[in-house]
Design a protein around this ligand. Structure first.
Ligand SMILES: [Fe+2]
Length: 265
C-alpha cells in the first residue's frame, strides 16, 4: 500500500496543512475560482505513477463487472416539470451512456484511499465554506467510476447536489471535454425559454475545460448546465465521482440504488 504522500502531490497542494500560509493561499485561490467561474481545479493532484496504478485497479473492475448505464433524459433528469408542457423544447431528450463501477467494486484501491483520507474532506469543506464534510455511509453511491467509450457522452443536465467532486483518471484521445453554460437559470428564475434556445443551438455559447488526468475538479452544477462532450477514439474517458455530505451517515434508498446501479446491495 502506498502512503498518501506517494499518491498525492502535497508539496504543490498542502491539503493536510491548511493552517500554513501555503494552505491558506490554496483555499483562498480555490474560493476565488469558485466565486468567478463556479469551479476549481487541482491540476495533477494525483502523482503520475500512483495514477497509473489507480487506473489499472479501476479498469480491472470495469472490465470485470461494470454496470452499463444508458438513459434518454432531459436537462432536469426528471420526467415531469411543474408548469411546463410535456412537449416544451426545454424538455428535449438526449442520450447519456457509460459503464460504471461503485466503491464496493474497488475496495482497498488507491481511489478509495484518496476518498477516505480525512484531510481531503476537510479541505473541500474549507473551500465550500461548510462546517464539515463527511464521506457517505453507502458502499455503492459514495464513489462511482464512469467509463465513456467512443461516441459516448454525458449529456446536458443540472446536478441535484450543490457541488460535485471528480477526479479524472484517464483522458480520451479527443472529445470527452467538460463543457458548461453559466447563468442559464437561477433559484428564482427557471428561464425555460432560455434553456430551450440553448438546447436548440440558437444560443449555444458555453465554456469548455480540458482536464488533464490526475486533476481534481469541484463544480457547482445545480444552476449551471453542463455536459461531457462525446468521446472520440479508442481510449476511454475514465472519471471518478467522490461524494461528500454535510451530514454523516448519508445513504441512498434501495430504490435509488436500483435506479442508478441496477442493484440494491
Ligand atoms: Fe453533473
Amino acid at each position: 500500500m502506498l502512503d498518501i504522500e506517494q499518491i498525492l502531490d502535497l508539496e504543490s497542494y498542502p491539503l493536510n496543512d491548511l493552517k500554513s500560509d501555503a494552505g491558506k493561499a490554496l483555499v483562498e485561490r480555490c474560493r476565488a475560482d469558485v466565486e468567478a467561474t463556479g469551479l476549481f481545479n487541482l491540476d495533477g493532484l494525483v502523482r503520475l505513477d500512483a495514477l497509473e496504478r489507480c487506473v489499472t485497479e479501476v479498469k480491472a473492475a470495469l472490465d470485470r463487472e461494470a454496470y452499463t448505464h444508458q438513459q434518454w433524459h432531459n436537462i432536469y433528469f426528471k420526467t415531469k416539470i411543474d408548469g411546463l408542457e410535456d412537449d416544451h423544447p426545454a424538455l428535449k431528450q438526449a442520450l447519456t451512456s457509460n459503464r460504471k463501477v461503485c466503491a464496493d467494486q474497488v475496495p482497498d484501491s488507491i481511489l478509495m484511499q484518496i476518498y477516505e483520507w480525512p484531510p481531503l474532506a476537510d479541505f473541500l469543506a474549507a473551500v465550500m465554506a461548510k462546517p464539515q464534510l463527511h464521506t457517505m455511509d453507502d458502499h455503492l453511491a459514495s464513489v462511482n467510476v464512469m467509463q465513456y467509450g467512443d461516441g459516448e457522452a454525458l449529456n446536458w443536465h443540472f446536478d441535484r447536489s450543490e457541488f460535485t467532486t471528480t477526479l479524472l483518471l484517464q483522458a480520451p484521445e479527443k472529445g470527452g471535454e467538460f463543457e458548461y453554460r453559466l447563468g442559464l437559470r437561477t433559484d428564482d428564475d427557471p428561464n425555460y425559454d432560455g434553456i430551450a434556445k440553448f438546447l436548440s443551438g440558437e444560443d449555444g455559447a458555453f465554456e469548455r475545460v480540458a482536464l488533464s488526468p490526475g486533476t481534481l475538479n469541484v463544480f457547482k452544477g445545480t444552476n449551471t448546465a453542463h455536459r461531457v462532450s462525446p468521446v472520440v477514439g479508442n481510449r476511454e474517458r475514465i472519471i471518478a465521482v467522490l461524494c461528500y455530505y454535510e451530514n454523516p451517515g448519508v445513504r441512498f434508498s434501495d430504490e435509488d440504488r436500483i435506479r442508478f446501479y441496477g442493484r440494491a446491495a
